[in-house]
Ligand binder design. Sequence first.
Ligand code: ZN
Length: 411
Amino acid sequence: MPLDPARTVAELRELQELTGDENGAQRVAWTDTWERSREWLGEKLAGLPLELEEDEAANQWWTLRGESERAVLIGGHIDSVPNGGWLDGCLNVMAGVEVMRRLAEDGRPAATVRLVNWADEEGARFGRSLIGSSAAAGTMHDQDELRGLRDAEGNALPEVLARHGVDLDRATEARRQLDGAAAYLELHIEQGPVLESMGLPLGVVLGTFGVERRQVTFRGQAAHAGSTPMDKRRDALAGAAKLELELREIAKRTGGGAVCTMGGVVTRPGIVTSVVETAECLLDQRHLDAVQLAEMLSNAQAASRRFAEEEDVEVEWERIWSIEPILFDEGLIELADEAIREVAGESHRLPSGPLHDAAEVSRGGVPTVMLFVQSLRGLSHTKLEDTKPEHLELAVRALDALTTKTIARVS
Ligand SMILES: [Zn+2]
């Protein structure tokens, strides 16, 4: 069976029909629709000489045994956010299906090849992303926190997972799935505007951004909006507003794809007749380089102290969450560049702002690389998410070429 990329596009449409509605994809992990999509995926692979296994974290694995035990992994996620797009996550699962068909037809490969459908990449129901891949990578260190998570209806995470065959206490036993893994390949839509703006269908991902999230609280003094002269105010919002504008300058000065976002500001008392007493700001900073990221954070902190002094208010910083940048494998980045140039003529290297399962697998010690295919208008996590069919077909070809090169490299 030669590679048939058009079939991948048709199957993605079929999946959309089966598990979406007028608002978009509805394959939220740990729901009946998600289970239906997993069964459908199994049907697509039935009849191929593959070993099927579901691990302790509900990840589905299809293994094509090769001459060598060393394994090339191809991974994606069939779960979606509510009202999601038709490509996020499932593109690589379905492209992987096509590559597995082609490989199985060609006879025993030199290395073992395994397709994995990760469980709950999106974290849409419980707010914790990358469940299946972190369990397998040995990076799930928050099982105590997970035990306390509930969905919007109040259902506890451990009980919901148990209904889908997952014992949270044993989920990390999925770790053994990465034994013998020599490489991990993931194709994903870009979910951003870079490739489209360059007029390129495909790019190689250098790694995923490190992230620093903080709550920054400015504290001033509530005072009557009518009786307090402008030069006597201790306005917390003034500090927050100056910081928001300075963040843009910090990102611009740092460069290299740096992004800084003040995603929210809550002001109190928050009434029209009072000067703002407290302004709680949510800050998100990202960079691919750990040193630059640390510098951006300390620059923002210094700026906030300067603005606090100027406005005669206080400022306080609290850590919400952070993750270090994760750099993909240099050798695989080279191979991915070659594969893209072969199928599309030109390649481009770019970082990923969003996290992906690939980041966890890479942290788990497996050499990893990702391919991005252009997203139209940069949109994702909405039913408007789209990619031209001819670009999707090129992406399947690129994944296939990269798989062939990687098998040759590791065997
Ligand atoms: Zn995704």
